[in-house]
Design a protein around this ligand. Structure first.
Ligand code: AHR
Length: 322
């Protein structure tokens, strides 16, 4: 290589390296987070902060305390501050068009994290980092059909927040998963709002309505926190979750592995709390090189059962908070 070529190559690689580093360091990203309704949500907030720090990104989080109106206010405030990008975990799927149009007019890219909005809003965000939540429900349903093994099985379902994309999708997916098994049927279904307290309260009412719980073969919960509440309700009613009553839920938070290790829960489908990592990478590449990410960055969903050494998984996750 000639001296001139060497100098050019050195300058170019230096420029590229410096440009990426400088851009990430220069970026300010605002995150409109739903709140802290579940262990998974708290873990997502913690992980997002760590991922921002790793990339030296200035990161501002607004906690909406479960209210869409607070999320809309936060987005408007981020627009007024002139942030470089906005992350949004939408509490419900509808009602975003106006505020997302405002972000678009201000040329601020929006990335959806962990939940979707209605397809009518597709043009209003850059990309969505989410799991396939229909698939999660389907995996849970198929596991139950296999585990029930042809025996009649009445299921009670604890749904997530009404209007949230993940609640509708996890319901739909589970119904698909059990569709071919006439022995497995959902006998009661109600929202527990993704919280432990509500999961417990609704499970208590299911138990009362179903002959003290003796008619319940399985509980399907749209998240682990509601299942932890339901397990408590079953134990207080003298039932044996994990043996007499099968359980399957979604998230894979440490406490469900603790319950699985104690034989009080059976299965969970993992949802990574690291949605922000891929979102930051997409924003940095977009800002730095104009790279347009795919419309959907899909995260993995993996089923864990008691056969997967839940005690070891609990030990490895508990200090990290997820
Ligand atoms: O949107 C993801 C869901 O929201 C998680 O499964 C649940 O725990 C959270 O509250």
């Amino acid at each position: 290589m000639s001296f001139k070529a060497l100098m050019l190559a050195t300058a170019m690689s230096g420029a590229l390296f410096a440009a990426t580093g400088a851009r990430a360091g220069d970026l300010t990203v605002g995150f409109s987070q739903i709140g802290s309704e579940s262990g998974w949500r708290a873990a997502e907030t913690t992980v997002s902060k760590a991922e921002a720090k790793k990339r030296n990104i200035n990161f501002k989080i607004a906690d909406a305390q479960q209210k869409q109106e607070n999320q809309i206010k936060a987005i408007r405030s981020f627009i007024a501050q002139g942030v470089d990008a906005i992350f949004l975990a939408p509490v419900v799927a509808t009602g975003w068009d106006t505020v997302l149009k405002e972000a678009k007019e201000a040329k601020i890219p929006v990335v959806l994290l962990d939940r979707d909005i209605d397809p009518s809003g597709k043009e209003l965000y850059l990309t969505a980092v989410t799991s396939d939540s229909v698939h999660e429900g389907k995996v849970a349903g198929e596991w139950l059909v296999k585990t029930a093994g042809g025996k009649p099985c009445n299921v009670v379902e604890l749904q997530g927040t009404v209007g949230a994309s993940v609640a509708a999708n996890r319901k739909k997916g589970f119904e698909q998963g059990i569709a071919g098994a006439s022995n497995v049927k959902i006998v009661r279904s109600q929202t527990g709002d993704f919280t432990r307290a509500k999961g417990k309260e609704v499970m208590e009412s299911f138990i009362k309505a179903e002959g003290g719980g003796k008619n319940i073969c399985a509980v399907y919960a749209h998240n682990d926190d509601m299942m932890v509440g339901a397990i408590q309700a079953m134990k207080e009613a003298g039932l044996k979750p994990g043996t007499e009553v099968l359980t399957v839920s979604i998230d894979a938070v440490p406490d469900i592995f603790k319950a699985m290790a104690a034989g009080e829960a059976n299965a969970t489908v993992e949802l990574t709390p690291n949605m922000a990592g891929p979102a930051f990478d997409a924003i940095v590449a977009f800002k730095d090189k104009g790279t347009v990410p795919p419309k959907w960055i899909q995260t993995e969903s993996k089923l864990y059962t008691q056969a997967d050494n839940p005690k070891a998984i609990y030990e490895s996750k508990k200090d990290l908070g997820y």
